[in-house]
Design a protein around this ligand. Structure first.
Ligand SMILES: Cc1cc2nc3c(=O)[nH]c(=O)nc-3n(C[C@H](O)[C@H](O)[C@H](O)COP(=O)(O)O)c2cc1C
Length: 198
């Protein structure tokens, strides 16, 4: 009895390691440097909806970069953090990204990272399947920056499988979850479609 049970435990442990090693690896991040970011909240919830996937939640605060400038690049080269972030993209099987909208455009921290990475590889998104989102406290949920990103990423190796603008964040999200049923079900169907492409 004891031996069978031990064998079972070993088998289960080996299977668990095998399964983990064969799971897809995605990166998930928000296009903001806010520590209380609503886009980070949306990214964390969205990642939790994926099944059997290893998720690496990245924070742009861990990839500090000088403001892009051609003179800086000529003098110092491209900073390591731009290389590191690009490497995280290239070694992933897929990307979940939610963009903050500042004055109808990318938040500066995201645009800066984007510009630096584009100096290494113009096709930086590397055709990785992407679930592209945006949210804001406003009724359009960052739809303007989402459209800008969709249009631009297409020229830069982007493969946006699904996109989702999540409106009126403070009314529709609470305690780590979407509270509006219709929006939640819409996101879940987009996550399922993204998962199929991994
Ligand atoms: C400089 C600035 C500009 C903003 N512009 C917009 C905007 O154009 N559209 C919008 O919906 N929200 C705008 N907002 C509000 C942001 O959507 C809000 O701060 C949101 O929390 C940002 O996302 P984050 O929390 O993930 O950083 C702006 C906020 C700031 C600070």
């Amino acid at each position: 009895m004891e031996i069978v049970s031990l064998e079972n435990k070993i088998y289960c442990a080996i299977f668990a390691v095998y399964k983990k090693q064969n799971m897809k690896n995605i990166i998930a991040f928000a296009g903001t440097n806010s520590k209380k970011s609503i886009n980070k909240d949306l990214v964390a919830y969205t990642s939790s909806l994926l099944e059997d996937v290893n998720t690496n939640l990245l924070d742009l605060n861990d990839f500090e970069l000088p403001i892009y400038g051609i003179d800086y690049e000529v003098e110092h080269g491209i900073p390591d953090n731009a290389h590191k972030f690009l490497e995280a993209i290239k070694s992933s099987d897929g990307i979940i990204l939610s963009l903050a909208e500042h004055n109808g455009a990318y938040a500066t921290v995201f645009k800066n990272l984007f510009d630096w990475m584009s100096r290494i590889d113009g096709k930086l998104w590397s055709e990785k399947p992407m679930l592209l989102m945006a949210t804001s406290p406003g009724g359009r949920g960052g739809a303007t920056v989402l459209e800008i990103a969709k249009g631009r990423f297409a020229y830069m190796g982007g493969h946006v499988v699904e996109d989702f603008a999540f409106p009126s964040f403070n009314d529709n999200f609470s305690e780590g979850k979407i509270t509006n049923e219709a929006l939640d079900s819409n996101l879940k169907s987009k996550v399922a479609s993204f998962q199929k492409q991994l």
